[in-house]
Design a protein around this ligand. Structure first.
Ligand code: MG
Length: 223
């Protein structure tokens, strides 16, 4: 988690459905816990059930012995175009790129292994496989979420921040962030709340939007 960095800018990027083309964490839950996922996920999306309560109901029914199979499930995940360019821009401008996932940290580590040198940190859901079924936890949990992304933002305290996301797990941090790139469900939620955001489909769109706002200029205080 690192010490007290005085960051002027930082990027907080979701993993599932943002870096990856598809929601791999949702696919994982539907594959390994189909009944619980069918019951609980619609409640979460409708904001009738919090992630803090909902995710363990799905995940903690999965036998621990299936974990290696779950790791295999995410290998070969297709990434959204533009990650490499976005990471290169961030590296050249010395802007830390922090992956914050509401899914498993381990899964993001597996998929992002080829890009790991350009990623400052990956924070997400941790798993304990020592019991008969999975147990999930996170150092970032709060009253509402297991991985409260806004806690991660508060930890780094950059002077300005961008968050990039696509779904419900990004909503609370997006409300706190001065600049937001959103697609899919997150874009809908923000539209309903009247919060401004930059729409994107590929990470090249994000890269271009940041270039236009002077984010890649050295010492520039954007947005
Ligand atoms: Mg997502």
């Amino acid at each position: 988690m690192g010490g007290c960095l005085m960051l002027s800018k930082a990027i907080f990027c979701d993993f599932d459905g943002t870096i990856t083309e598809l929601e791999i964490f949702v696919a994982l839950m539907r594959h390994f816990a189909p009944e619980a996922a069918a019951q609980v996920l619609p409640e979460i999306y409708a904001q009738r059930l919090g992630l803090r309560e909902g995710l363990p109901r799905i995940l903690e029914g999965i036998p621990s012995q299936r974990w290696p199979e779950m790791e295999d499930f995410v290998r070969g995940t297709v990434l959204r175009p533009g990650l490499e360019h976005l990471l290169a821009s961030a590296r050249e401008a010395a802007v830390p790129f922090i992956v914050v996932t509401g899914g498993f940290t381990r899964m993001a580590e597996i998929v992002l292994e080829p890009y790991r040198a350009d990623i400052h940190a990956i924070h997400g859901l941790e798993v304990d496989c020592s019991g008969p079924t999975l147990r999930v936890f996170s150092p970032w949990q709060d009253a509402h979420e297991l991985v409260a992304k806004r806690q991660v933002l508060a930890h780094y305290q950059p002077r300005t921040a961008l968050c990039i996301g696509d779904s419900i797990t990004d909503l609370r941090v997006a409300r706190d962030c001065p600049l937001v790139c959103a697609r899919d469900r997150l874009a809908q939620y923000l539209q309903e709340e009247g919060k401004a955001f930059i729409p994107f489909e590929t990470l090249d769109d994000v890269n271009a939007a940041l270039a236009a706002r002077g984010w890649w200029k050295e010492g520039a205080d954007a947005p």
